[in-house]
Design a protein around this ligand. Structure first.
Ligand code: 0X9
Ligand code: CA
Ligand code: ZN
Length: 432
């Protein structure tokens, strides 16, 4: 495929050597070049059939959305798609999301089942108002554009900091992954409405302290739906130095082996831009501060976590920065506990369980930080659909109920093991 290259790309050729030395993808212009007219789109890339080849594709600044046996689907700017083609792969543009009329700030009418930020806030406020003993809204800070980063704490006698295992659910690091916000709405309702009637829910709400962060990237979510057309936006909305490029990939900005391993980009134009420093995104810094605030008496209270994404129907565990299963900070038992609990959860939702780097290498992800720095057993869930045929990042709202309820058992399993994750490999006596 050979689309026209923007003039800015030619101008950046002179900077190629410095750019490469700084770890910047050769496909991208300098950060102070004017904004490209083109917006990102999805492409099918035929050829890559191993994690190293997929990691090389990602190094162009494209984001890998989907992994097949010998192909991937990426989101990329046109020049990044050119760079992928230059690697020798066949690159075909995919049709974009359906567009509806201009002028709306909410989801298009046909997707009205999805919650925009105001509607999400209303759900949170109602859940808290209806269940004052079970649910409390806690401020985590605010986004780059000043929106509240909300957390909801759910446990019985919620006003007390109990000595109960704490569990974290984070949603919507990536703007266009709107189904993950619906997963948060589902969990908020399930844990409050089914308390007292569903014995498993009741036990978990009585014995765990549950933290739900229903949207850690509200600016990105709102941008993605503004104007009545989906924009395939992934990152936050913080301008990069230089002033033209916008957005840090929150899931490359965490402070563990940040930028170590070719699993993120130093170019602000990239879909996987890692930011200027670990936690340079205000959203990441404040969510990380929140997690650190759960260290009480020297002990991290949170023992287990899920970070929800779409799409692919996958359950992924750390590390993402290395292909190795074990190594410094990840013993055999720790790896096996992640893997066994991951497989157990996959048994109920039908997702594919694997180490995250089986797909491609990533660095600076929340998964690696939660384990590497905080010793929290944790997973990325890539929700519905399994492939772009199911609507990719924009499945219709009729799938929300089915695809959120699909994770009910898996979430209850994680909550159930949160007192001693090692029990899943029968090593409770040794570790707990
Ligand atoms: O790339 C990501 O941040 C996640 N995928 S997404 O399509 N939702 O952007 C996956 C993170 C898990 N880590 C690895 N796959 N290595
Ligand atoms: Ca506690
Ligand atoms: Zn994602």
């Amino acid at each position: 495929m050979h689309a026209r290259r923007p003039l800015a790309a030619a101008a950046s050729a002179a900077l190629l050597l410095t750019a490469v030395a700084a770890g910047t993808a050769a496909a991208d212009p300098a950060p102070d070049s004017p904004a490209p007219a083109a917006s990102p789109g999805q492409y099918r890339v035929a050829g890559p059939d191993s994690a190293p080849e997929r990691t090389e594709v990602a190094a162009t600044g494209a984001a890998i959305d989907e992994v097949g046996d010998d192909s991937v689907v990426v989101t990329a700017l046109p020049r990044q798609a050119d760079a992928v083609a230059d690697l020798g792969y066949e690159v075909t543009p995919l049709p974009g999301p359906e567009q509806e009329g201009p002028g709306t700030l909410d989801f298009p009418p046909s997707d009205s089942g999805y919650h925009d930020y105001d509607e999400l806030t209303d759900v949170v406020d109602k859940v808290v108002a209806d269940n004052p003993d079970l649910a409390a809204k806690v401020g985590v800070g605010s986004s780059y554009e000043g929106r509240d980063l909300m957390a909801v704490k759910i446990t019985s006698d919620v006003g007390t900091d109990h000595d109960r295992p704490e569990v974290l659910f984070t949603h919507s690091q990536h703007a266009r992954e709107h189904l993950t916000v619906e997963m948060a709405v589902y969990l908020l309702r399930m844990l409050t409405e089914d308390y007292g009637t569903d014995p498993r829910v009741t036990e978990m709400v009585d014995t765990r302290e549950i933290w739900i962060l229903p949207n850690v990237n509200p600016d990105g979510s709102e941008h993605d739906i503004a104007g009545g057309s989906y924009k395939s936006w992934r990152k936050n909305r913080q301008p990069a130095p230089g002033g033209w490029a916008v957005g840090t990939d929150l899931n490359r900005n965490w402070d563990y082996n940040w930028g170590c391993c070719g699993g993120s980009s130093g170019s602000p134009w990239s879909q996987t831009y890692r930011g200027t420093a670990p936690e340079s995104a205000p959203e990441v810094r404040q969510v990380a501060d929140f997690v650190r605030s759960r260290v009480v008496g020297g002990e991290q209270q949170i023992t287990a976590a899920i970070d929800f994404h779409t799409y692919g129907e996958l359950i992924l565990w750390p590390y993402g920065y290395t292909y190795d299963e074990t190594g410094p900070g990840m013993s055999r038992d720790e790896y096996d506990t992640h893997a066994e609990l991951g497989r157990l959860m996959a048994g109920s939702n039908g997702y594919t369980p694997q180490q995250s780097s089986d797909l491609y290498v990533t660095d600076g992800t929340i998964n690696d930080w939660l384990w590497g720095e905080q010793r929290i057993f944790n997973y990325t869930f890539e929700m519905y659909p399994s492939g772009s045929g199911g609507g990719g990042f924009y499945p219709g709202d009729e799938i929300i109920d089915r695809e959120t309820d699909r994770n009910r058992e898996a979430v209850l399993d994680l909550l159930g093991y949160a007192d001693c994750p090692y029990r899943v490999i029968d090593k409770e006596d040794q570790y707990c």
